[in-house]
Design a protein around this ligand. Structure first.
Ligand code: HEC
Length: 460
């Protein structure tokens, strides 16, 4: 029910988009006005370009669009926006955001024609969004006990943060959404769900709320942060429940697929929350939105190849200066799986990425191709239907890195040797990673028919 309002506005919007297309094929609109442009913006841009979201300005109104018209023309012509790094000629995913050639031409002719407003009564209403979430109103919000200080000393910062929560009773969570406060600094977040046994934890708020992540032995620091039970025993910890990278939003799966049990007394333990360098002193008060759901029937599993993963990178990930190099990694499956989502991961020197599987019969199963890597858009790409990879298949991933001066994101001029660091430090933006992460279910008959886009309508 909590999605119903959002749902209606999206359905109406979809209808509007369709009816305006029925009346006139976009290619035939000679003098497009905002009446024709608004549906394109509302479908492809405003989920991010609105107050509180990642886009640097809002595009909800005519005057917003007019003010940014030249830039809009530029970024749509170049297909820089909407961001969708995956190659749509290789594989399709849910929520694919890609303008048609007609849409792009129409935006150009609208801007070149002086950004006419047109008949206001025919302009579709701007969608209404919930500020503070990509998805709508969360069931509850977990906040930091105290804002985290980030010193403006130009270096990376790694923190451990405990965000405690006390609910009325035990429940199930469909997904967690990390909402960064200082978006430009939030580099990556990996949060674990801590579930306490009620009788073993008097006060979930005890201990220090955060500390720099610089420990080898976590037991002592967990004690200080009140992460442990009162008797010193470990509560249950579910890793990787809250995840974030620039551009990331949690994938939504059908009812019963995935999800978490969350006890009455619980906490999110942000382990290695990583803030990039800041030029000035600031504080961060990011939050975690919680969306409740039904009891999970099937649990999602995740595997990663490459850095920290189950397979080794060949050759070793050492990026020589002034070179473009390709590395690969591979792993063979011993059981049938149904792949739901894929997530290629590299840092600033990434150039392109490719992953597929080869079955024992030598058939190729395409997974994902990123022709032009962009560090800012690290999506978890979800397939429309689970992709079955049979036992005995080998999953291959190839990553190409550009460590030349021509790479505009190269942090070093002149270029230097760049490698994987060690432990948490390897996540520094200036060090590299090559990971291919995929989430899957153990295969069950009929999985290929499961519609994973069922919840996509909830995706704005
Ligand atoms: C997934 C979120 C997202 C979507 C969807 C999206 N944008 Fe953006 N947009 C951003 C973010 C974040 C930035 C700032 C970072 C950057 O420039 O890469 C940005 C930057 C821009 C800029 C450049 C601003 C500048 O001054 O450099 C323009 C123009 C723009 N977007 C227009 C659009 C238009 C038009 C659409 C739809 C056709 C769109 N965006 C869709 C998130 C999004």
């Amino acid at each position: 029910m909590r999605f119903s309002l959002l749902f209606i506005s999206i359905t109406l919007l979809a209808l509007c988009v369709r009816c305006s297309h029925n009346q006139e094929t976009p290619a035939t609109v000679e003098h497009p006005s905002f009446v024709n442009i608004a549906p394109i913006l509302y479908k492809n841009c405003t989920p991010c370009h609105r107050p509180g979201e990642s886009g640097p300005f809002s595009l909800l109104t005519y005057s917003d669009a007019k003010k940014n018209a030249k830039k809009i023309k530029f970024v749509t012509q170049s297909r820089y926006m909407p961001p969708w790094p995956a190659d749509v000629n290789y594989t399709h995913f849910i929520g694919e955001r890609r303008l048609s050639d007609e849409d792009i031409a129409m935006i150009k002719s609208w801007v070149d024609g002086g950004c006419e407003q047109g008949d206001v009564s025919k302009t579709p209403q701007a969608p209404t969004y919930y500020t503070g979430s990509f998805f709508g109103k969360p069931d509850t919000v977990i906040r930091m006990a105290r804002a985290v200080p980030i010193r403006g000393n130009g270096t990376d910062h790694f923190y451990l943060i405990k965000m405690p929560m006390e609910l009325a009773h035990d429940t199930f969570v469909r997904y967690f959404e990390f909402v960064p406060d200082k978006r430009k600094l939030a580099h990556h977040i990996n949060g674990h769900l801590v579930n306490y046994v009620d009788s073993k934890k008097k006060n979930v708020h005890d201990g220090i709320p955060y500390t720099l992540d610089e420990y080898k032995d976590y037991k002592e620091v967990f004690q200080k942060m009140g992460v442990l039970h009162d008797d010193g025993s470990f509560p249950t910890l579910t890793p990787n429940t809250v995840y974030y990278l620039p551009g990331y939003a949690p994938p939504l799966y059908p009812d019963g697929i995935g999800g978490y049990r969350m006890n009455k007394k619980s906490a999110i333990l942000m382990k290695s929350i990583h803030y990039g360098p800041s030029p000035v002193d600031v504080t961060d008060s990011s939050v975690v939105n919680v969306f409740f759901g039904p009891k999970p029937k099937r649990l999602i599993q995740e595997t990663q190849l490459g850095t920290f993963g189950v397979s080794k990178i060949e050759p070793e990930l050492i990026l020589q200066p002034n070179q473009i190099q390709t590395f690969h990694t591979q792993a063979t499956l011993n059981t049938d799986i149904s792949v739901l989502s894929v997530n290629p991961h590299m840092h600033l020197l990434g150039k392109s990425f490719l992953a597929y599987a080869i079955t024992p019969q030598q058939d190729t199963i395409r997974l994902v191709r990123i022709p032009k890597w962009d560090f800012r858009w690290q999506y978890y790409y979800t397939f429309e239907h689970p992709v079955k990879i049979p036992a005995g298949s080998t999953v291959y991933a190839f990553a190409t890195f550009d460590n030349t001066d021509k790479n505009p994101f190269n942090p070093f001029h002149p270029p230097r040797v760049v490698t994987q660091g060690e432990g948490v430090r390897s996540m520094q933006t200036t060090e590299e990673m090559f990971q291919f992460i995929f989430s899957y279910l153990p295969y069950q008959k009929g999985d290929e028919l499961m519609d994973l886009s069922g919840n996509a309508a909830k995706h704005p």
